[in-house]
Write a protein that binds this ligand. Structure first.
Ligand SMILES: NC(=O)C1=CN([C@@H]2O[C@H](COP(=O)(O)OP(=O)(O)OC[C@H]3O[C@@H](n4cnc5c(N)ncnc54)[C@H](OP(=O)(O)O)[C@@H]3O)[C@@H](O)[C@H]2O)C=CC1
Ligand SMILES: CC(=O)[C@@H](O)[C@H](O)COP(=O)(O)O
Ligand SMILES: [Mn+2]
Length: 383
């Protein structure tokens, strides 16, 4: 395999740091070309010293000088600002861009990376939620593969290898989050700390709250639609609290394929880097005898209304998923800051979906305008 030069957008986060572990374990296969972060300069500097990338970018421009000073002894270029993150992906020496930034901030760098013909290892699902149609069209136009990193989509992608026949259904598994068995009255008073306790995965704060509210699964339904070209009716969600089956595909002859393993994001990250090959790892193996039962339940969309909102946003199409995403980013931040309660997140999102300006055939400019306008609208609805 030719050594791949990798740019990690969001190297200081949960996905970013695990990607660096994968790269470090396979020095003959991968090298780090670019690292980016938003504010975490200490970790970014430590990573840059250790992995010696060609360039680093710090999103917060006020922190540029501190990073530049710390790395002045090394042949590492230092840039700052969100525009620099968008532009760095154009570097000729990059083969693969791992999009591991959180939220809407991943959109513009991903667009630029596709236009620069880089292979995309896509962790940042919000990119496909906000602008799935545009991103899919761009990737086809530029003949750029988008390889999923999200565990469910990596599972589906792995199930589809070698299959030429049509998909009947994709079945996304969901852990159910920390509140699977919490009644709706108790949900009114759950705290940030309660919601940040994911049963199976250790992840960044924003996606952990999305998992607790099941917006993560809603986003993953939209992500699956664009990645695998299926209709909303072909996407089922099933609660599987053990997170051992990462997702499944049913074919037209009724056969179902599942991808399984212990919950560890390093596997989907590595597979996105090595596809179509598989590379030996020392990751802990699943032992079926440790599990006397694997269980499956119907999601409760009365309790977790976000999942229903995601299906509704797909039904409406246009900029509605972009509206959903922007509203969600604002309410999650407000919940994390203790400004609103857990159930208020869905109440506010519902109001925003009714009030925001709908655009049936959005351009990139429309997505940008929608994101800005919806953030303002959502903020005004938070007491
Ligand atoms: N964590 C996981 O297991 C999984 C994550 N994903 C998806 O991957 C993405 C990353 O998630 P995760 O790693 O958990 O998130 P984290 O919050 O742990 O990390 C986010 C990274 O993005 C950077 N970042 C945040 N905001 C900005 C911004 N405005 N501009 C530039 N950089 C920014 C952060 O920098 P800094 O440290 O400086 O703030 C950090 O490096 C998300 O889209 C998530 O949904 C998907 C599946 C699983
Ligand atoms: C690891 C990963 O892919 C997450 O998206 C995870 O799936 C979250 O778990 P939930 O199933 O609880 O949303
Ligand atoms: Mn996932």
């Amino acid at each position: 395999m030719i050594k791949k030069r990798i740019a990690i957008l969001g190297s200081t986060g949960s996905i970013g740091t695990q990607a660096l572990e994968v790269i470090e374990a396979n020095p003959d296969l991968f090298e780090v070309e670019v690292l980016t972060a938003n504010n975490s300069i200490e970790l970014l500097i430590e990573q840059a010293v250790r992995y010696q990338p060609n360039a680093v970018v710090i999103g917060n421009e006020a922190k540029y000088q501190m990073v530049a000073d710390a790395l002045s002894r090394y042949p590492i270029k230092v840039y700052a600002g969100s525009k620099a993150i968008e532009q760095i992906v154009e570097m000729e020496t990059i083969d693969v861009v791992l999009t591991a930034m959180v939220g809407y901030s991943g959109l513009m760098p991903t667009i630029n990376a596709i236009k620069s013909k880089k292979v995309i290892a896509l962790a940042n699902k919000e990119t496909l939620v906000v602008a799935g149609e545009l991103i899919t069209a761009l990737s086809q136009e530029n003949r750029v593969p988008i390889i999923p990193v999200d565990s469910e989509h990596s599972a589906i992608f792995q199930c589809l290898v070698g299959e030429l026949s049509p998909i009947d259904k994709v079945i996304l598994t969901a852990s159910g989050g920390p509140f699977l068995h919490t009644d709706i009255d108790t949900l009114k008073t759950v705290t940030r700390a309660d919601a940040l306790k994911h049963p199976n995965w250790s992840m960044g704060a924003k996606i952990t709250i999305d998992s607790a509210s099941m917006m993560n699964k809603g986003f993953e339904v939209i992500e699956a639609k664009w990645l695998f070209g299926v209709t909303p009716d072909q996407i089922d969600v099933v609660i599987h609290p053990q997170s051992i089956i990462h997702s499944m595909v049913q074919f037209e002859d009724s056969s179902i394929k599942a991808q399984m393993g212990l919950p560890d994001m390093k596997l989907p990250i590595q597979y996105a880097f090595t596809f179509p090959d598989r590379v030996k790892t020392d990751f802990k193996r699943l032992n079926f005898k440790d599990y006397s039962t694997l269980t499956f339940l119907e999601p409760d969309t009365g309790k977790f209304r976000n999942l229903a909102f995601a299906y509704e946003s797909m039904r409406q199409g246009g900029n509605m998923p972009c509206i959903l995403n922007a509203a969600n980013e604002v309410v999650v931040e407000a919940f994390l800051k203790g400004k609103i309660g857990f159930l208020e997140m869905s109440d506010i999102i519902e109001k925003v979906m009714c009030r925001a300006s709908f655009v049936q055939k959005p351009t990139l400019a429309d997505y940008c305008e929608t994101d800005t306008a919806v953030r303002t609208l959502t903020t005004s609805l938070i007491r």
